[in-house]
Structure formats: C-alpha cells, structure tokens
Design a protein around this ligand. Structure first.
Ligand SMILES: Nc1ncnc2c1ncn2[C@@H]1O[C@H](COP(=O)(O)OP(=O)(O)OP(=O)(O)O)[C@@H](O)[C@H]1O
Ligand SMILES: Cc1ncc(CO)c(N)n1
Length: 274
C-alpha cells in the first residue's frame, strides 16, 4: 500500500455513551483526538446522564456489539484498545473472547463499576472481571472503589493501594494502576503503578475543582492513545497522568451543568471560545 502521506494511528474505545459528554465514549474520542489519534468506537451501553447523575441506562444487545467490533477490527489497523463500561457479564465475555483471539492489542481496561455520583454501571460479578480480562490486559486502571470491589476488601491508604496493585497483577495484566483520585490526600493526587515487577508512585498536585467527571475514562483513553503512538508503557501512563492534571486545571473555572462537570480535553489547543 502506498503510504506517502503521514496518517494518524488508530485507537478503539469499547465503552458506554454519556449523554452529558464528560465521560465514556465521548471523553475517549475527545482524548484520542487531542492526541492526534484516529478514534473508533464500539458502543456497549447508552446512559441518560448529566453532571448530576445517571437517570437511565441500557446495554446494547450482544450481536450489535459483536457487529461493531467486527466492523472496526475487520477494516482498521487498530494499534490500541480501551474498554470502559461493559454493563454486565455478557459483554465482559464478548470482550474476553476477542482478547483471547488476540484481536485487542495494547489493551487498557478501565473496570467501570460505579460513577462518582454513586450510580452502578456494572450489574455482573466483579470477581469475573479479573479472571476473564486480566490475562489479555496490558494495564488495568481501577479507582479505589473498583479496586475494593475487585478484591472484596476496602482500600484506602497508600500501602493498601500498593498491596492491591500487586494482588490485581496476579491475574495476568502487564501493569496495574490503582488511581487515587478519591483518596483523602488534600495536597496531592497519587496513583500507584505496578509495572513489569516495579512499584512506582505517580503523584500530581491535587487540582482544586468540582469538575472531575470522567477523569478515569480520560486517563485510560490517554494511556491507549499514547500506546497507539508508540510510547513505552510507563511513559504512556506518566504522560497520560500529566494530560489529565492539565485537563482538570484548564476546566476548573467552568460551570457546565450544576454538578461535577467535564474536564478540558483540548487544553493544549486554542479555541475561538476560550
Ligand atoms: N482533583 C484532582 N486533582 C488532580 N488529579 C486528580 C483529581 N481528581 C482525580 N485526579 C486524577 O485523575 C485520574 C482519575 O482518577 P479517579 O480516581 O478520579 O478515577 P475515576 O474515579 O475512575 O474517575 P471517573 O469515574 O470520574 O471517570 C487519576 O490520575 C487521579 O489521580
Ligand atoms: C458511560 C460512562 N462510562 C464511565 C463512567 C465513569 O466515569 C461514566 N460516568 N459513564
């Protein structure tokens, strides 16, 4: 094939739609675009959601999810994949099947279980997540609550986060990032990364903002975008964390909706309105 023109790498998000545009598929596609990566998407669920919460949600039937996966993977040279809301055991099994067939390269798994506003987004068995997807994952990115649900115990302190990252890694992923966005530390936001047998603390100054809707989706899709661009895993994670911190800072003064609003995915770019 003649590739005389430069072209973007392709990333895929397998996730739910957030009608408020701050999380899920919408956050992922913004993030891919901000990284200069072509975004493709497999919609797993539709949520009626705004900055105040989720008022309705329905998962997409398995055949249509498979058809989307086949349409994208059968045509594009996908370089990295991110999964978000899978809704339940049925779609978890579908994604695991594609993983087993080696069709989901550079797989970033954000095991979305519950929103920050407390709405459940996963009706299946949390323990099944690890067994099914762990072996094919490049990296798992649970928050504190999801880490607790996956392991069946409460996680709070830095020591517990490190211990949890190690425990989750035994299910097969190359790396685990336990996110500390919901930790008690008022000065810093510290995530713990277990990668290739090494433990690293990734710290950023805590941004004083109410707008933190979709930070987890944004972080996971930024990792996938950077893997698609060819960054080594630890650098992709550290770069993605910086990207999220800047996105939080740039949107701190926004009042989009009356609850926790979205972050500024395109903070690196000047826009006519800002
Ligand atoms: N106020 C903040 N200041 C700086 N970093 C933050 C802040 N809130 C979250 N983060 C960072 O954002 C990333 C996402 O973490 P978080 O624990 O909030 O994920 P999450 O709960 O899955 O997000 P969400 O469910 O809102 O999509 C992490 O790197 C975390 O450290
Ligand atoms: C659709 C969707 N996926 C993920 C999250 C987690 O932020 C959310 N709020 N909504």
């Amino acid at each position: 094939m003649n590739r005389s023109f430069p072209q973007p790498p392709v990333a895929l998000t397998i996730a739910g739609s957030d009608s408020g545009g701050g999380a899920g598929i919408q956050a992922d596609l913004h993030t891919f675009a901000a990284h200069g990566v072509h975004g493709t998407s497999v919609v797993t669920a539709v949520t009626a959601q705004n900055t105040r919460g989720v008022s309705a949600a329905e998962t997409i039937a398995e055949p249509l999810v498979r058809a989307q996966l086949d349409a994208v993977l059968g045509d594009f040279d996908v370089a990295a994949v991110k999964t978000g809301m899978l809704g339940g055991d049925e779609l978890l099994a579908v994604v695991a099947e594609y993983g087993q067939e080696d069709r989901l390269p550079n797989l970033v798994i954000d095991p979305v279980m519950v929103t920050t506003t407390g709405d459940a987004l996963f009706a299946g068995d949390p323990a099944a997540y690890l067994g099914r997807l762990g072996p094919f994952a490049t990296i798992l990115t649970p928050n504190l609550i999801e880490t607790g649900q996956l392991l069946g115990r409460e996680i709070g302190s830095a020591a517990e986060m490190r211990e949890a990252a190690r425990a989750l890694a035994t299910y097969g992923p190359r790396a685990v990032l336990v996110k500390g966005g919901h930790a008690a530390d008022e000065e810093r936001s510290v995530d713990v990364l277990w990668c290739d047998g090494q433990m690293l603390d990734l710290a950023a100054p805590r941004v004083d903002t109410r707008n933190d809707h979709g930070t987890g989706c944004t972080l996971a899709s930024a990792i996938a975008a950077r893997l698609a661009l060819g960054h080594p895993l630890p650098q992709a994670v550290a770069g993605a964390k910086t990207y999220v911190t800047e996105a939080l800072k740039a949107a701190a003064g926004w009042r989009l909706g009356s609850g926790p609003g979205p972050v500024h995915h395109h903070h690196g770019r000047k826009s006519a309105a800002l």
